[in-house]
Design a binder for this molecule. Structure first.
Ligand SMILES: Cc1cc2nc3c(=O)[nH]c(=O)nc-3n(C[C@H](O)[C@H](O)[C@H](O)COP(=O)(O)O)c2cc1C
Length: 310
């Protein structure tokens, strides 16, 4: 049995990022939040929200959670934009792939890779900026995801539901314009937060079997075992009807004819195949390939292109 973890007061830590009153309010919330392990174990994305606004102390807790996590090289290569204005949220809901829950949830965080701030500082210090390669984009994405996940856990520990929003990337350019973001501050992932409608929490959804997802000391899986485990997961999701309501229409595949998969047979395997194989994916990708460079985000393998790289 692990020893009980020693208590570490939240107030002083919260005060490193919040005004004193807000930090006190967050420390008071910490006293009545669910513990981390139960919160992580019972996670389920919520897509039906009650419209009631988020109390200010919870907004403070979300703000602090967005920034209290680790950040690669202490660079803070992210900026989060909290959106509560209904019209603005509605427009983002459309731009992020017509996702109505973004509109319905009272609070949205737009997580942005910020490849501007450190570059400005580098120039202000009198140096050429050399960090143009893929590493900056990867660490900025990791940074902002750490913040969003921490905010999601804090919200869930206080009885609020959340859903992450990768769809933000598809509308990144338009969302950046709407929010007045400067070049090189690039919306990548969002998070919607609100009380679950009617107090109804979805049951935790199944995961692929653990041996597929976590190995010890190195790769430990042969192809037969992998296929067996994938098929077992597929059967579970077909029985539960997890993906039937999210069926990707046959027309999206661009293959002609009628959908060959009968109702009840559409599980994780078919959904994954369609998700990664649909014709519409190509057009969305082409848009993002153009939009991100237009926002100043261009990856170069050389550190020499000061005006043109990440
Ligand atoms: C990076 C990321 C992006 C996601 N993007 C979306 C999204 O755009 N829309 C959505 O409804 N859910 C999105 N999700 C939520 C996933 O669909 C969800 O986590 C997955 O289906 C498993 O369900 P669960 O979270 O309820 O366990 C995203 C999750 C992650 C981690």
């Amino acid at each position: 049995m692990a020893e009980p973890a020693p208590a570490r007061p939240a107030a002083a830590a919260a005060a490193t990022v919040l005004e004193p009153d807000a930090a006190q309010a967050v420390a008071a919330l910490a006293e009545r939040s669910r513990d981390v392990l139960s919160t992580v174990m019972t996670h389920a994305s919520v897509r039906r929200f009650a419209p009631e606004p988020i109390p200010e102390d919870v907004v403070s807790a979300i703000e602090a959670a967005l920034v209290r996590g680790p950040t690669s090289s202490a660079l803070h290569s992210y900026t989060h934009v909290i959106v509560r204005n209904p019209e603005r949220k509605q427009r983002i809901a459309r731009l992020a792939g017509d996702q109505p829950w973004i509109d319905h949830a009272p609070l949205l965080v737009v997580g942005c890779a910020d490849l501007r701030r450190a570059r400005e500082v580098t120039h202000a210090q009198g140096y050429r900026y050399t960090a143009h390669d893929l590493r900056m984009l990867v660490s900025a994405t990791a940074d902002l995801t750490v913040g969003l996940q921490n905010a999601s856990l804090v919200a869930q520990s206080l009885g609020f539901g959340t859903v992450m929003l990768g769809g933000v990337l598809n509308g990144s350019l338009e969302i950046a314009e709407l929010l007045g973001l400067p070049p090189r501050v690039v919306p990548l992932v969002g998070l919607s937060v609100g009380r679950p409608q009617g107090g109804r929490w979805p049951a935790p959804r199944p995961r692929l079997p653990l041996p597929l997802l976590v190995h010890h000391e190195g790769w430990a899986l042969d192809a037969d075992a992998e296929r067996r485990l994938l098929e077992a997961h597929d059967a579970t999701t077909r029985e539960r009807g997890d993906f039937e309501g999210r069926r990707i229409p046959w027309s999206a595949m661009g293959l002609g004819g009628d959908d060959p998969v009968p109702v009840g047979d559409y599980g994780w395997l078919e959904h994954t195949g369609r998700k990664q194989g649909r014709a519409t994916w190509i057009a969305q990708g082409a848009k993002v390939d153009v939009d991100l460079p237009a926002q100043g985000l261009r990856v170069r393998s050389t550190g020499d292109a000061d005006e043109s790289g990440v």
